[in-house]
Write a protein that binds this ligand. Structure first.
Ligand SMILES: NC(=O)c1ccc[n+]([C@@H]2O[C@H](COP(=O)([O-])OP(=O)(O)OC[C@H]3O[C@@H](n4cnc5c(N)ncnc54)[C@H](O)[C@@H]3O)[C@@H](O)[C@H]2O)c1
Length: 392
């Protein structure tokens, strides 16, 4: 069996989940880690039982045993690391958002399409079996013509003013906080499941906590903040947003995102209403799909290999009643990514579920339009998006 070598750049909060996922595949070796310094890379390499450690991501990319680069650095490094990997002819699995804005994201999409290698963005909620079930039901016309797509993605980790991460620094995260961070997931999921593009948006953004108190020693995302000296930081990006949406076929939509909403841990919800039925999926109850009907009793489909459609069965790994979770869905995405990579990243071999740099660029275009709408005082703005030039 041909083995594939993986190298990871940016060993922070999300990195071990990339490593766990590829180790579950069985034919991928975690060859090396690159960190912000040699010492930090070595520490993480020991922790994750990885043999090679690099203090410079260029050295990791140049390692001939590394065929696939996983980029889990903060957003401001996505462009440089992804471009360097593509230039070296390596497959890239980049965490989201693909870049700081749609201009950078387009540069990456164009470079990825031209390179002919596999390019993936981890919009990992697509990997949930019941998300794929909903997508299939809509694609087969079982939900009828969609009129409304709505939901939310709410978290509470930024509730207290003492919570501070690079995500609130526009130089490291981009001009948006919560929209780029988790709004990007919601918009991607809404387009993926509905099969419809968002064409116009109207938004209102809010900074609920305008001053935060950052620890002198910065903490990894979502970790408990250290005690000791703190400095006041004026926050310019949003921690709450509400957006109205127009889809390409005339359907309407809306969603809210926030990270200052106590009790909401990872509360992503997506509901789609069609003439035939409604479908609702909640990330925190991800083993259930609610099906609402006008002239019959509503029902709940459990994640069960015997109940889901045949094309979804490969994303279910346990019998009904055996709960699967966030890491299983993440692994489903990584498994599809390596299936594509094993086929050389050929366009015709891409699994339909798999999000690429094209999807990362689209999501960045939607987020940019949302920011423009708010900056214009809450005016409708069209999503500006340029289609890719196909590879010769
Ligand atoms: N898919 C998801 O659901 C999901 C979840 C969390 C984070 N993310 C994304 O993953 C990325 C990282 O987020 P995180 O929460 O893990 O952040 P983090 O701050 O915990 O980790 C980032 C890591 O990158 C390292 N780093 C910084 N500069 C570097 C450099 N020059 N070379 C190598 N490493 C360097 C940091 O030291 C840190 O270890 C972000 O883009 C974020 O949006 C995605």
């Amino acid at each position: 069996m041909k083995r594939i070598g993986m190298g990871l750049v940016g060993p922070g909060f999300i990195a071990p989940h990339h490593i766990d996922a590829v180790r579950r595949l069985g034919d991928v070796d975690v060859v090396a880690i690159a960190g912000s310094s040699q010492a930090s890379a070595e520490k993480k390499a020991r922790e994750y039982k990885v043999e090679r450690a690099y203090g410079d991501y260029q050295a990791l990319i140049a390692d001939p045993d590394v065929h696939v680069i996983h980029n889990t650095t903060p957003n401001y490094l996505h462009l440089a690391v992804n471009l360097a990997a593509l230039k070296a002819g390596k497959h890239v699995i980049s965490d989201k958002p693909l870049a700081m804005n749609s201009v950078e994201a387009k540069q990456l999409r164009d470079a990825a399409v031209a390179s002919g290698v596999g390019h993936v963005v981890t919009f990992n909620y697509r990997g949930n079996p019941l998300v794929q079930q909903a997508r299939g039901m809509i694609a087969r016309g079982e939900a009828g013509r969609l009129s409304f797509v709505h939901g939310c993605y709410l978290q509470d980790y930024l509730t207290r003013p003492e919570a501070y991460t690079w995500r609130l620094d526009p130089a490291k995260a981009g001009p948006s906080n919560v929209l780029g961070d988790i709004g990007s997931h919601w918009c991607d999921l809404a387009e993926h499941v509905s099969g419809m593009k968002i064409v116009s948006v109207l938004a209102e953004l809010t900074t609920v906590v305008p001053t935060r108190y950052a620890a002198e020693v910065s903490a990894e995302a979502f970790s408990k903040q250290a005690g000791g000296e703190r400095r006041a930081v004026a926050i310019t990006s949003e921690d709450l947003a509400t957006v109205l949406l127009r889809f390409e076929n005339g359907a309407k939509g809306c969603f809210s995102v926030g990270q200052v909403l106590p009790g909401h841990k990872n509360d992503l919800q997506l509901e789609l209403n069609g003439a035939g039925c409604s479908l609702k999926w909640k990330q925190e109850e991800q083993n259930e799909l609610w099906i609402g009907r006008h002239d019959q009793a509503n029902s709940v489909m459990m994640k069960d290999p015997g109940l889901v459609s045949e094309d979804v069965r490969g994303y279910v790994h346990l019998p009904g009643g055996h709960q699967e979770g966030w890491a299983d869905a993440f692994t489903n995405l990584i498994r599809d990514a390596y299936t594509w990579i094993a086929a050389g990243g050929r366009a015709d071999a891409k699994p339909a579920m798999l999000p690429t740099f094209e999807d990362g660029y689209r999501s960045a275009c939607v987020i940019d339009a949302i920011l423009q709408s708010h900056a214009a005082g809450g005016a409708w703005k069209d999503v500006q998006y340029a289609a890719a030039t196909p590879r010769d």
